[in-house]
Ligand binder design. Structure first.
Ligand code: NCD
Ligand code: ZN
Ligand code: ZN
Length: 360
C-alpha cells in the first residue's frame, strides 16, 4: 500500500554541480535533473570547480550557463580566493547565496589556510549574506574566533565528528550566529565501510568512527544540527577508479530516501526531516518558497538503491545496494509537475536564480 505524503520545497544548500570547465564530470542540466529526482526544489552550487567562482566574470558565466540549462531553482556561492578578491564582495554579494571559505584542503585550489587571511575575508563580506565554511577538527575553533570577532552568520558545512559538534554546541550556547550541516554519508557510513567501498568511500571530511556517526544522529534528534545537506560532489567512474581518486561522492538522489528510511525505523520524525531539508535551509538563507512547490513521496516504497536509476551524470553511488524505504514519486515547482515516474518533465531554463538582484 502506498502512503503518499508531501515534503514542502526542499532546498539543498551544499552541492557541486560542476559543468563549465569540468563538464566531463557533470553538467548543470544533468545535476539539476538529479536534484528534481531527489525531490529538491532548489540547490546552491559551490565555487570550487574551474573556473572558480571568485571574480565577477566567472560569476556571470556561471549565471548565464545555469539560466540556460537548469531545471530546478538555484543559488550560487561566491568563493574566497587566496589572491584576495575582497574588493569584489560588495558588488557580488547581492547576486549570490553566500560566501564559501575553504579552510582545509579539498577538491580545487581555494584553500585559505592562514588565519590572518581568513580574517580579511570575514571583515570584508557584507553582513546580509551567510558565510559557509569548510572547517574540520580544530579549524572549527579558528573559525569560531572569527565569528566571535566579526559576528557574521556562519554555516558550518559537512560537520562529521563528535568533537566538532561539541565546539558548535558551545558556540550556540554562547549566542554566536552559527548553524550546522551534516551529510548522509557521515550518517550512514563509517571508516569500517572503507574496505568494501574503496575509493567510493573517499570524501572530505573522510568517513569517521561509529561514535562520531552516533553523535551526528543524536544531534539530528536533539535539534542541535540545523541542516542535512548532500555535499553532492560527482566525479567520473574512471576518475574514482584511477590510482589518484579525487574526493567526493554524489548525494542529491539518495539524501531524502535515506532520511525517510530513518523515519520508518523510528530514528527521526517526518516533521524533523522536513525541518532539516526544507524549513531550516530556507530560514537560514532567508528565502521563501514559491507556491505549489513540493515533493510527493511514498513512505512505504521499499527498494534497493542502484546506480542504473540515478540521473546524476557520474553513474555511481556509495550507497549502491542499500535497502531503503521512501521514494520520490513527483516533484512540483510553481504548480508545474517537473518530475514524475522517474522522468524529468521541466525544460532547460525552467529553473530560476533565487538571488540575482536580491537585496542584501
Ligand atoms: C568536494 C568536491 O569534490 O568538490 N569534495 C568532497 O570530498 N566533499 C569539495 C568539498 O566539499 O570539500
Ligand atoms: Zn568541503
Ligand atoms: Zn562540498
Amino acid at each position: 500500500m502506498a502512503r503518499l505524503v508531501i515534503i514542502p520545497a526542499m532546498l539543498d544548500p551544499h552541492t557541486h554541480l560542476r559543468d563549465l570547465d569540468w563538464s566531463h564530470k557533470a553538467t548543470f542540466a544533468s545535476e539539476t535533473a538529479a536534484a528534481l529526482a531527489g525531490g529538491y526544489w532548489a540547490v546552491f552550487d559551490m565555487p570550487n570547480t574551474p573556473p572558480t567562482t571568485t571574480d565577477p566574470v566567472a560569476l556571470a558565466r556561471k549565471q548565464a550557463a545555469l539560466r540556460a540549462a537548469a531545471v530546478c531553482d538555484w543559488g550560487i556561492y561566491y568563493g574566497a580566493a587566496q589572491s584576495g578578491n575582497m574588493e569584489s564582495y560588495d558588488d557580488v554579494a547581492g547576486q549570490v547565496c553566500g560566501l564559501k571559505i575553504y579552510n582545509n584542503a579539498t577538491t580545487g585550489n581555494l584553500l585559505i589556510a592562514e588565519q590572518g587571511q581568513r580574517a580579511h575575508h570575514y571583515a570584508a563580506w557584507p553582513t546580509g549574506r551567510v558565510i559557509a565554511v569548510h572547517a574540520e577538527d580544530e579549524t572549527v575553533l579558528d573559525i569560531l574566533q572569527l565569528v566571535r570577532q566579526y559576528r557574521k552568520r556562519t554555516h558550518f558545512v559537512h560537520i562529521s565528528t563528535a568533537a566538532e559538534l561539541d565546539y558548535l554546541r558551545a558556540a550556540k550556547e554562547e549566542g554566536l550566529p552559527v548553524t550546522i550541516g551534516v551529510c548522509p554519508h557521515h550518517l550512514y557510513l563509517t571508516e569500517a565501510d572503507l574496505p568494501a567501498l574503496g575509493s567510493f568511500g573517499l570524501m572530505k571530511p573522510g568517513l569517521k568512527a561509529p561514535a562520531d556517526r552516533d553523535a551526528l544522529w543524536a544531534g539530528l534528534q536533539s535539534g542541535l544540527v540545523d541542516v542535512v545537506e548532500s555535499d553532492h560532489a560527482p566525479h567520473t567512474l574512471a576518475e574514482k577508479q584511477s590510482s589518484q581518486p579525487p574526493y567526493g561522492v554524489p548525494g542529491l538522489e539518495t539524501t531524502l530516501p535515506l532520511l525517510l528510511t530513518a523515519v520508518q525505523a523510528g530514528r527521526l520524525t517526518l516533521e524533523r526531516v522536513i525541518e532539516l531539508v526544507a524549513l531550516n535551509p530556507r530560514r537560514i538563507w532567508g528565502i521563501e518558497a514559491p507556491p505549489d512547490t513540493y515533493a510527493l513521496v511514498d513512505l512505504e516504497a521499499d527498494y534497493v538503491l542502484e546506480r542504473a536509476r540515478l540521473h546524476t551524470a557520474c553513474g555511481w553511488t556509495p550507497f549502491e545496494g542499500l535497502r531503503v524505504r521512501g521514494r520520490v514519486r513527483e516533484t512540483w515547482i510553481r504548480g508545474r509537475r517537473v518530475f514524475a515516474d522517474d522522468q524529468v518533465l521541466a525544460l532547460p531554463g525552467f529553473g530560476q536564480d533565487l538571488f540575482r538582484d536580491s537585496v542584501c
